[in-house]
Write a protein that binds this ligand. Sequence first.
Ligand SMILES: [Mg+2]
Length: 360
Amino acid sequence: MSSFGPTVRAVRARAVIVPRQRPMRTAVGVIPTAPLVLIDVETSGGIPGSAYIFTYTEAALKPTLALVETIGAEIIGQSAAPLERLRAFDMRFRLLGTEGLVGMAIAGFDMALWDALGRAVGKSVAELLGAEAKPIRAYDSFGVIDPRAEEAELRRSLDRGFRGIKMKIGGGDVAADIEAVRALRAIVGPDIQVMVDYNQSLDAPEACARLARLRDFDLHWVEEPVRAEDLAGHARVRAEAGVKVQTGESWWFPADCARAIAAGASDFAMLDVMKIGGISGWLRAAALAEAANLPVSSHAFIEASAHAMAATPTAHWIEYLDNAGPILKAPLEVVDGTITPSGPGLGMTWDEKAVARYAA
Ligand SMILES: [Mg+2]
């Protein structure tokens, strides 16, 4: 039992499969739904804390749920302080390692505990971190699309005030890449930032060859052109292709961020609040990015990311990719191309009817 502040009194985990408004097609496969594990902790004093983690594939939903339940039972009676839990988890899983499902569960608890800390004092997590809960610029995130066929949807994005549009490419040959980028640029015009995401589908020589032919389209960034762990490959693309490289959504914990910075792998940093170690891990990675002068963007998890971005010195763009909106009572709204962190805590309240409807 902790003698310092609140403790964890109960943990509940549930699995849901949330439908997507737009099925997410990538160069390496389709993500038709958003499989989520919802985590609810109750701390002494009756303060709740909630968060969700995203398993990418439904195949990982059950094992992730089981892991969260098992680890959750272990932290009952322990301090509800996120940094202490992170330290203890690091020791608990030192020999197994924390990449993968374990790391996802750890981050889920971290976010849920930060949420509880905010709720306990009636403040948003952004404010708790000493930041302001103010609007943050977002870009709209599309999968693999034919921009001409999706023109109406793209125009809706512009009407919502988005000043950046990202789409995924790389499912076909370089001619298809060029065709898609040319079509998107023609629709959005010269003043909107255009980003493309290869989802790790190329090797470095192929990426350099393709990107040399995309130089004229004023791309804001090219995301994960090669495998995420191929840091040398990312660095080579940066040096040879003449485009700005974005990577980071696949970094596990701040240590991966440090390794990528040391390798010169990216012009930016894209943090995934789940893989980077929750709000606590994010803050440490954001400090590394600041020290390396890397602008930081977020990956999915719009609710928690909005708070983390508010506290990020080199905040760049929030990715607008709403995985949990259909199960929230008050999904985050896009206002003039921005989203604003809401509170108290992380500002998420489950719509229990929707949770029941999408229960896995
Ligand atoms: Mg990506």
